[in-house]
Design a protein around this ligand. Structure first.
Ligand SMILES: [Zn+2]
Length: 376
């Protein structure tokens, strides 16, 4: 049986035409670039619908009852006037592609975490300041676009580390650092014009382009520094913000050879419960002293060991290096995170011809950036 597809884009519709009801087994409807301001209730009864394209209309909201479209796989409501999304979107369990870019959204409902079939999510050009870490339960996500959210300072590591994530776009945000835990299958990263990023975790080296060299010396003052862990790189006197959750960083080489017992515990708990998020595992949840351990587990590892034969998850403490490429004109700083001094030395041993280490020290709140040099 052929599926029914309606192409009703660019027709100056102010309302969704009732004629839609005349079509049997309607699966796809294109209503792009009309003037539709409301999704009518009756439309939600056409449960055969799998595909709705409503980009470029005047929608001010999505109906709470949208969950009735239980077979919906594709929803594009980009370039409308949405200020919030109904939590019931999380009940569209067959949804594979969701595009809400170009609206005025500032929060994503945590209920989207139920969308276990979601593969593509586009939330670009909105007003997001943060992303809910629960988005990391969308385990099939392979394409995430958060570009042009000018106040977005952070992408949770647990999201960047999603097992199937292949493409991440975060151009023109306000990221203060890049998540150092990155999906192994990532093959496309865009991070142009995040002017506060002044170093790149080694895991991004394969995506590195000269464009990222336009780094600025300072982190914008508007950032609330409370809770941030940062270091001072001493060759260029640059301040680097380390991933949120960082508690201790050890230099390389170091006399110690292991990360804390605390990180070992977190690693063990995570490994045991790989399949179930902690906040859904009530038995485990009761055992954990709130909110101490569970918050680290819920937020996931903040990096992986740069020694790729190890790749161990790192949670709060790690051995740390700032390196530059030898003989390169690029000023780009790369950073490495290791589980042990041993892993760090192994990595350095096989990469010494390519990189050299820069000195650094842990920085504190009073450690202000020097006055920017006047234009000499
Ligand atoms: Zn390691």
């Amino acid at each position: 049986m052929n599926k029914t597809i309606l192409h009703w884009s660019y027709l100056n519709f102010k309302d969704v035409p009732m004629d839609l009801f005349l079509y049997e087994d309607l699966e796809e409807v294109y209503l792009k670039e009309n003037y539709i301001s409301v999704i009518p209730k009756w439309l939600l009864n056409i449960t055969t619908l799998k595909f709705i394209h409503l980009a470029g209309n005047n929608l001010g909201e999505l109906p709470m009852d949208i969950y009735m479209l239980e077979n919906l796989e594709f929803l594009d409501v980009s370039n409308n006037e949405l200020k919030e999304l109904p939590p019931t979107l999380g009940l569209l369990l067959n949804l594979q592609q969701l595009n809400v870019s170009g609206n005025q959204l500032s929060e994503l409902p945590v209920e989207l975490s139920s969308l276990r079939n979601l593969e593509q999510l586009n939330i670009a050009k909105n007003l997001f300041r943060r992303l809910p870490v629960q988005l990391s339960e969308c385990v099939r996500l392979n394409e995430l676009n958060v570009s042009d959210n000018e106040a977005l300072v952070h992408i949770p590591e647990r999201i960047s580390n999603l097992p199937m994530l292949q493409s991440l776009a975060a151009d023109r945000c306000a990221l203060i650092y890049l998540p150092a835990a990155l999906s192994k299958f990532m093959n496309h990263v865009r991070i142009f014009h995040n002017t506060a990023i002044n170093y790149i975790p080694m895991v991004y080296e394969r995506f590195y382009q000269n464009f990222y060299d336009n780094r600025q010396r300072t982190t914008p003052i508007s950032i609330n520094r409370k809770g941030l862990f940062w270091i001072r790189e001493l060759e260029t006197n640059c301040r680097l913000v380390l991933p949120v959750g960082t508690r201790t960083v050890f230099p390389v080489p170091s006399l110690e050879n292991r990360v804390t017992l605390y990180d070992d515990c977190l690693h063990a708990i995570q490994t045991l419960n790989r399949s179930t998020p902690v906040y859904e595992n009530s038995a485990l949840h009761r055992l954990l002293p709130e909110p101490y351990i569970s918050s680290h587990i819920n937020n996931g590892p903040i990096a992986r060991c740069t020694n790729t034969t190890c790749s161990r998850c790192l949670y709060t403490s790690y051995y740390f290096m700032v390196v530059k490429r030898r003989g390169s004109t690029s000023k780009q700083l790369f950073t490495c995170n290791f589980c042990t001094n041993r892993c760090a030395l192994l990595w350095l041993g096989s990469n010494e011809k390519k990189y050299y280490q820069l000195p650094w020290r842990v920085s504190d709140d009073d450690d202000d950036d020097p006055e920017p040099e006047s234009g000499k």
